[in-house]
Design a protein around this ligand. Structure first.
Ligand SMILES: [Zn+2]
Length: 118
């Protein structure tokens, strides 16, 4: 049992009655159906308008989150690039040290060869 508004007088009546208790108008199934549709339309309209308000609040927050996310990602990506660059520089420095040590060793072995052949 639900309350509907009478199509005759507009007052709230039970949907189980056959005639309106206020104005005596006969209630058909069509009237009840129309009333249900009207109620659904009202509920849907209020739902949409509530969500519009919600959407107006949520949209800027969502945009802010996206923008902050992009900035954080860019910073993270940049720091990753910097770490990679530092690692590459360290590797290059190690390679240079190794090359210098090899040159020293070559020189030593050359000196030793000269020493033996003299
Ligand atoms: Zn009525």
């Amino acid at each position: 049992m639900a309350l509907i508004s009478c199509p005759g007088c507009g007052k709230q009546i039970s949907d189980s009655v056959k005639t309106c208790v206020h104005c005596g108008r006969k209630l058909t199934e069509k009237d009840k159906l129309k009333n249900n549709i009207d109620k659904n339309v009202i509920v849907t309209k209020s739902f949409i308008s509530k969500n519009k308000k919600l959407f107006k609040i949520i949209l800027p927050i969502l945009l802010a989150i996206i923008v902050v996310g992009i900035i954080v990602y860019a910073m993270w990506y940049n720091s990753g690039v910097q770490v990679s660059r530092r690692l590459a520089e360290a590797a290059a420095a190690t390679l240079e040290d190794t090359r210098e040590q090899l040159e020293v060793l070559e020189q030593k072995s050359f000196d030793m060869q000269e020493y033996y052949y003299d």
